[in-house]
Design a protein around this ligand. Structure first.
Ligand code: GLU
Length: 623
C-alpha cells in the first residue's frame, strides 16, 4: 500500500468549526436510504441539495464525485457499511486520497459513536487487508482475550451447571480484554497513509455535537434497557430520563473525550492510565477479574489468512480463532461436490442440501475449532478435498443425515490429522456486530467485522468514558472440556467471517456480516447466490437464507417458500414453525476490471458509497 504524505488540507476539511447538527433524516433522504425509499436493486440514488455536507465535511451524495445507494457503482473507490454517516466519512477519506485502511479506521471510530450497539472501542474484531503494493493479504486480529484471572468454570453455577445464557451476558466475567483500539492503531501503522488525528476527528465531532439516532439504535436502547448499568442509562436517555427514541439527538461528551485522548495519545491512552483504570474498575465491580496489567499486556496478532480453493476462485479470510471463513469454505466446497447449482435457487433440494452441508460443517466446527494458541485444530484436514468428498457422499437428496424428528444431531467426522475432542454442545444465542468493506483506487481492500458480541454488549458503559463493554467471552463454551473452553488469555471461538474472494491472486469480492452463528450461513449463501446462481451483489445478499447447526430444526428467513419447506419435510427435514425475520446484515464490494459495485444490506440503514476516479487512480484489478 502506498503511504502518502500527511495533508494539512485534510485536517482543515475535518474541522467543522461551527456546531451544525446533522439531520439523519435529510441525509438518508439524500442518500435514497430513508425507510421505504429504496426497493431492492436500486442503484446510484439521486440526492437533493441539502444535508450531509454540514456533518460530513467533504461529502454529499449529490456531489458528482460520489454515488450512493443500497447498491452503488463507481470507479475510484467504494465503501459499504451498516451506517450512512460512517460510509460518508469513509468516502470523504478516500476522496481526499486516503487509502482503504485509512477509510476503515475512520469508519470504525464513527461506528463507536453512531452504532454503539453493534461494535466499538470496548470490543474486538478481525480486519482482513489486501495490500496492493505488497500483493498480499494479512489479518489484523484484535479478538478479545480472557483476562489472566479467568477460570474454566467461571460460567458454571455451584452445582456445576452452566449459568443461564441471559445471566452470563451481563456478568463481569463475560467481558474480554478489548482489542479494537490496538487493532485500528496497528492497521494504521502497517498499512495506513493518513495521521490518526485526521481519522479520529469525525467521530469526536459526532459524539460532541450530536446526531439523530436511527430506529435500530433506538430499538436497541429499548430492548437492552434492563441490562444497562447506570452510566448507559444516563447516556442513552433524554433530560427526563426517558430512553432516546428514533430521531432524538444523541450526544456523548464522555465518549468525545475518550476519543480525543486516543487522538492525542494513540493506543496507550486506552490501554494505560485513567481510562484503563476506569475500565477495569467497571469490569471488576461486576465480578470480573480483569486487571490493569491485562489491558497493558494486550496486543493484536497479525495472522496469515486461511485460504481455500472453491470453483475457480480462492476464499481468503480470518483464520482461527474465527471458525467463520473456514466453515464458509467447508460448506461451499461440500455444496460444489453435490452440484447444488443444478437445482433452482428456491427449490426444496437446494435448501435441503444447504441444511445438510451446514450440519456436517457445524459438527466438525464444534468438535475441533478453538484458539490456535491453545488448540491444534486440523484446518488443513477439514478443508481437504478428499475428506470433504467423503463427507459430501453421506448426504442424500431424499433423506437426512440423522433422525432430526427424534432429536438426533449430526456426528463430527475424523479429518486427516485430527483427534476428536468430544466437545460439549454450545448453548449460544445470536448476538450482533457490524461488518464493512472498503476498496480504494489503488486496489487495496479491507473486509472488517467488528463486534461487542450481543447488541449493546454486556450493557455496561464505563462511567465517565462513554463506551460500551463487550461480553465476548460468552462465545466460549460454558462447559469445560472442549477446544473452546475458557482458559486464561485465550480468545473465544468466533463465527465472524470477513472474507476477500481472490481470482488469480487479485481481490474480486469482499463480504461479511453480523449475526453470531448465522454469520457463517449468511456469508456462505451470499457467495453461493453470487457465484453459483449469478445474482448481482444486492440480489445475492438479499436472497432469503436458512440457518441450522448440527442439531436441526432449520431456521429460515421470510421468503423461503412454504412449498419448499413442506417438500423437504417429506425427506425428514425439520423446520422452525415461524420465520426468524432477517439474519445478519451483509455488506459486499465487487471489484471488476474497471468498476466497483458496493451493496449494503437493506435489513438496516446501511449505505454503499462510491467515489469517482477524480484523478486519484484506477480502481480494482491491477492485472
Ligand atoms: N461474538 C460473535 C462472534 O464472534 C459475533 C457477534 C455477532 O455478530 O452476533 O462470532
Amino acid at each position: 500500500m502506498t503511504r502518502q504524505s500527511d495533508s494539512n488540507e485534510i485536517d482543515r476539511n475535518s474541522n467543522r468549526g461551527g456546531a451544525a447538527r446533522f439531520d439523519r433524516r435529510a441525509f438518508l433522504a439524500n442518500a435514497g436510504a430513508a425507510a421505504g425509499a429504496l426497493g431492492l436493486g436500486a442503484t446510484s440514488v439521486a440526492a437533493s441539495e441539502t444535508g450531509p455536507e454540514t456533518i460530513v465535511p467533504g461529502f454529499a451524495c449529490d456531489r458528482r464525485q460520489f454515488t450512493c445507494g443500497r447498491q452503488a457503482t463507481a470507479g475510484g473507490g467504494m465503501v459499504s457499511s451498516v451506517d450512512s454517516i460512517a460510509s460518508g466519512v469513509a468516502a470523504a477519506v478516500l476522496r481526499e486520497g486516503g487509502n482503504a485502511v485509512d477509510a476503515a479506521v475512520a469508519l470504525q471510530y464513527v461506528l463507536t459513536v453512531t452504532q454503539p450497539h453493534g461494535s466499538g472501542i470496548g470490543g474486538g474484531g478481525f480486519m482482513v487487508v489486501y495490500d496492493a503494493d505488497a500483493d498480499a493479504v494479512d489479518v489484523v486480529d484484535s479478538r478479545e482475550r480472557a483476562p489472566r484471572g479467568a477460570t474454566e468454570d467461571m460460567f458454571l453455577d455451584e452445582d456445576g451447571e452452566p449459568i443461564p445464557f441471559e445471566r452470563r451476558i451481563q456478568m463481569g466475567e463475560a467481558v474480554g480484554v478489548p482489542g479494537t483500539v490496538m487493532g485500528l492503531e496497528t492497521a494504521l501503522a502497517r498499512h495506513g497513509s493518513r495521521p490518526r488525528q485526521r481519522l479520529v476527528t469525525p467521530a469526536i465531532e459526532l459524539a460532541r455535537e450530536g446526531f439523530p439516532i436511527d430506529e435500530v439504535f433506538a430499538d436497541q436502547i429499548a430492548e437492552n434497557w434492563d441490562k444497562f448499568n447506570e452510566a448507559a442509562k444516563e447516556a442513552y436517555s433524554d433530560e427526563n430520563g426517558r430512553p432516546l427514541a428514533a430521531g432524538d439527538t444523541h450526544v456523548n461528551p464522555d465518549l468525545a473525550d475518550t476519543l480525543a485522548a486516543i487522538k492525542r495519545g494513540g493506543a496507550a491512552a486506552f490501554y494505560e492510565g485513567p481510562i484503563a483504570a476506569d475500565l477495569t474498575a467497571t469490569v471488576r465491580g461486576a465480578g470480573g477479574s480483569m486487571t490493569i496489567a491485562d489491558l497493558a499486556d494486550y496486543d493484536v496478532t497479525i495472522d496469515d489468512p486461511v485460504r481455500a480453493e472453491w470453483r475457480d476462485v480462492e476464499i481468503v479470510g480470518q483464520p482461527l480463532p474465527s471458525s467463520g471463513p473456514s466453515t464458509v469454505a467447508y460448506i461451499l466446497k461440500l455444496l460444489e461436490f453435490l452440484d447444488v447449482g443444478r437445482y433452482d435457487i428456491r427449490s426444496p433440494e437446494k435448501y435441503h442440501l444447504l441444511g445438510e452441508a451446514t450440519s456436517l460443517a457445524w459438527a466438525d466446527r464444534n468438535e475441533y475449532m478453538g484458539d490456535p494458541e491453545f488448540v491444534d485444530a486440523p484446518i488443513a484436514g477439514l478443508l481437504d478435498d478428499g475428506y470433504l468428498r467423503d463427507r459430501a457422499a453421506k448426504i442424500s437428496v431424499d433423506d437426512t443425515l440423522a433422525d432430526y424428528e427424534a432429536g438426533e444431531c449430526v456426528d463430527p467426522g475424523v479429518p486427516p490429522g485430527a483427534e476428536p475432542a468430544r466437545a460439549p454442545t454450545p448453548d449460544k444465542e445470536h448476538g450482533s456486530t457490524a461488518h464493512f468493506s472498503v476498496v480504494d483506487a489503488d486496489g487495496n481492500a479491507v473486509s472488517y467485522t467488528s463486534t461487542i458480541e450481543q447488541f449493546m454488549g454486556s450493557g455496561m458503559m464505563v462511567p465517565g468514558r462513554g463506551f460500551m463493554l463487550n461480553n465476548e467471552l460468552t462465545d466460549f463454551s460454558a462447559v469445560p472440556d472442549g477446544p473452546n473452553s475458557v482458559e486464561p488469555w485465550k480468545r473465544p471461538l468466533s463465527s465472524m467471517s470477513p472474507i476477500i474472494v481472490v481470482r488469480d491472486g487479485v481481490p474480486e469480492f469482499t463480504v461479511g456480516s453480523p449475526g453470531g452463528w448465522t454469520i457463517i450461513t449468511s456469508v456462505a449463501q451470499t457467495l453461493l447466490h453470487r457465484y453459483v446462481y449469478g445474482l448481482d451483489p444486492l440480489e445475492a445478499l438479499s436472497e432469503p437464507t436458512v440457518f441450522t447447526t448440527d442439531c436441526p430444526p432449520i431456521m429460515w428467513e421470510d421468503g423461503v417458500p412454504a412449498r419448499a419447506r413442506e417438500a423437504t419435510a417429506g425427506a425428514g427435514q425439520v423446520w422452525e414453525d415461524e420465520s426468524s425475520g432477517d439474519f445478519g446484515n451483509v455488506q459486499v464490494i465487487e471489484i471488476g476490471d474497471d468498476e466497483l459495485v458496493g451493496a449494503a444490506d437493506p435489513t438496516r440503514d446501511g449505505l454503499a458509497v462510491g467515489v469517482d476516479r477524480g484523478g486519484v487512480g484506477e480502481c480494482g484489478r491491477t492485472d
